[in-house]
Design a binder for this molecule. Structure first.
Ligand code: C5P
Length: 278
């Protein structure tokens, strides 16, 4: 049995309750909410962590991609996968089912997640599209290589110190844009790692990619962003909102992103009472 008190008024529920939308709405409306389970008051934060994403399926991408030059060499970037893995762990803690599509990283797969390891952007695209149908929330934290080598060599390229080596790159598919274009009722979150004119570029990216929420981090600053344990981000949403978060552990940044997703989704969806009265 679950009981919920709102501003001191207590109601009991026998049926298992998915409280995610309800709590998000009440919190948005500035109500004092207390939750009891089997006669015990559950601290709001614990309950939130346990149940806020009950019934949700979160599809997360993490890490870099590796684009082969030849069988032994590749082009990649400095992404460690720490942010994407933190998002997956935070979503699991909140009761979601999680599919994590991850580029090469030394991090272990989070227990409880469906883990899909990939190497290249094209493999990541295929895995994401394959798991998209089941997802209700998509969070693309991976640093996908924008380009791949057009014609990787089938054999190891021999070194010739007297000659320059020229590689031709071709653009990779923009997975996030493709997901956003066919998102349906899903909530789609993208990341933007910028080094200059960060806000202007992020605002443009939010529109260009067609996402609901963009997590901006300035990777020119030391100690945050790529390969760091901390991150400092700005959450820009397509309804014009902008929230500057302080520097936090990546797991707490991940929690804040998920909380914001629920807030925005609750605020943007008509309530069931509104729907019934139409
Ligand atoms: O355009 P940019 O790479 O800065 O955008 C970053 C966001 O777009 C991230 O969420 C990243 O996962 C996603 N992305 C993608 N496919 C690409 C490039 C970026 O999904 N080819």
């Amino acid at each position: 049995m679950i009981a919920i008190s709102v501003n001191g008024e207590r109601r009991e529920f026998d049926a298992p309750l998915n409280c995610a939308d309800l709590i998000a709405r009440l919190a948005l409306a500035g109500k004092r909410v207390a939750i009891e389970r089997n006669g015990e008051i559950v601290p709001r934060s614990r309950f939130a962590d346990e149940a806020l994403l009950d019934g949700e399926h979160v599809l997360v991408t993490s890490g870099p991609t590796r684009e082969p030059i030849d069988p032994v060499r590749y082009v990649s970037n400095r992404s460690s996968g720490k942010m994407g893995h933190a998002v997956a762990i935070a979503a699991l803690r909140r009761g979601a089912r999680v599919t994590l599509v991850a580029g090469p990283t030394v991090l272990p797969p989070p227990p409880g997640a469906v883990y899909v390891p990939v190497q290249t952007a094209e493999e990541m695209r295929e895995a994401v599209l394959q798991h998209l149908d089941a997802a209700t929330i998509v969070i693309k934290a991976a640093a996908v290589a924008d380009y791949r080598v057009k014609r990787p060599s089938a054999t190891k390229i021999k070194s010739n110190k007297d000659e320059e080596l020229t590689l031709t790159f071709t653009p990779n598919p923009d997975i996030l844009k493709e997901v956003a274009a066919r998102k349906g009722t899903r909530f789609v979150v993208g990341f933007a790692a910028e080094t200059d004119e960060v806000r202007t570029r992020a605002a443009a990216k939010l529109r260009a990619k067609g996402v609901d929420l963009l997590v901006l981090n300035d990777v020119s600053q030391r100690g945050i962003g790529f390969d760091a344990d901390d991150n400092q981000v700005v959450l820009l949403d397509r309804w014009g909102g902008s929230i500057d978060l302080p520097t936090m552990k990546k797991i707490d940044v991940a929690g804040a992103i998920l909380d914001r997703v629920l807030e925005l989704r609750a605020a943007s969806r008509p309530s069931s009472r509104d729907r019934a009265s139409r």
